[in-house]
Design a protein around this ligand. Structure first.
Ligand code: MN
Ligand code: MN
Length: 298
């Protein structure tokens, strides 16, 4: 089992994440600026004594993951949108990752119900010894029972200190994940679904807003060296937004493209449903205990 002080950090991160998630729901309305919502979430996390584990993701309709505002983003929440809010908090490197779907068009309320139910059933099944793909099959069956389709190429993930995605994954279908879950492991479980008529898979778009430090390259140029050093120091291996680097000066832009081209940092492109169908998501973080799991983000 994990040491007590580690569990304490996970619980604190989880409580902050869940409080902010519930608060931001009320802010998601037609014509509200997405940048404003990102700032609200990120400021609230810090106000409550947490640190940002990754940039706030706000994904509208067929966009499933990895959209976070750029520094001058003027996008607003469109009319009748289905909006996923995905946020991450860490306390001393111990991460809480949680997401919810806000539905401004009641025609899609059924999707939200189904995705929450899939997450609930998956969490119920978590215990040491269970195969990851067994959880995937529960998620798939629940989603299909309500008449929707799971997104097969997005999955839940194991987390360790300062590492958001690592080790085992928890699939959203029964096909993958032959490893077994062990006591003391920490997972983010995150089912995604779309319409039955949808492709049931996401594809990368040609836009990237979220990046992560990969490795240091020596002797680039003065500005690039400085920038990669700053990124490594400030964000460790956790994802960050270019917006957090403040200055969108020409100098910074240049240094940024150099370290990106050299793969000192890598990007997470925006992911959208391949057939353009609406996507819903729900996510909680769990610590696997002796007999089941502790949901830190409830
Ligand atoms: Mn997430
Ligand atoms: Mn996640």
């Amino acid at each position: 089992m994990l040491p007590k002080d580690v569990i304490k950090c996970y619980i604190k991160a989880g409580r902050i994440a869940s409080e902010v998630r519930e608060k931001v729901k009320g802010l998601v309305k037609e014509d509200v600026s997405i940048l404003e919502i990102c700032n609200f979430v990120e400021n609230k996390i810090e106000e409550k004594g947490g640190k940002l584990a990754f940039p706030c993701n706000i994904c509208v309709n067929d966009v499933a993951a990895h959209y976070s505002s750029s520094i001058n983003d003027e996008t607003v929440i469109p009319r009748n949108a289905v909006v996923k809010i995905d946020l991450g908090v860490h306390v001393d490197g111990y991460i809480a990752d949680t997401a919810t779907t806000v539905c401004l068009n009641h025609q899609y309320d059924g999707m939200v119900y189904a995705i929450n139910e899939a997450l609930k059933q998956a969490i119920k099944a978590v215990k040491p010894g269970i195969k990851n793909n067994h959880i995937g099959s529960i998620i798939q069956k629940t989603i299909e029972r309500y008449g929707f389709k799971p997104i097969w190429n997005l999955s839940g993930h194991q987390m360790t200190r300062y590492v958001l995605h690592t080790g085992k994954s928890i699939p959203n279908v029964s096909r993958f994940g032959l490893s077994k879950i062990k006591e003391g492991e920490v997972f983010a479980i995150e089912p995604f679904l779309t319409m039955r008529s949808g492709a049931g898979e996401v594809t990368g778009l040609n836009r990237t807003y979220i990046y992560r430090f990969h490795k240091t390259h020596r002797n680039l140029n003065k500005d690039a060296d400085k920038l990669q050093k700053l990124i490594k120091k400030r964000f460790n291996s956790l994802p960050f937004s270019k917006r957090w680097l403040n200055e969108s000066s020409e100098k910074m832009e240049k240094a940024f493209s150099v370290i990106l081209a050299k793969k000192s940092i890598t990007g997470y492109p925006v992911l959208a449903e391949r057939s353009g169908n609406i996507v819903a998501q729900a996510e909680h973080t769990v610590i696997v205990t002796k007999k089941g799991c502790l949901v830190t983000t409830l």
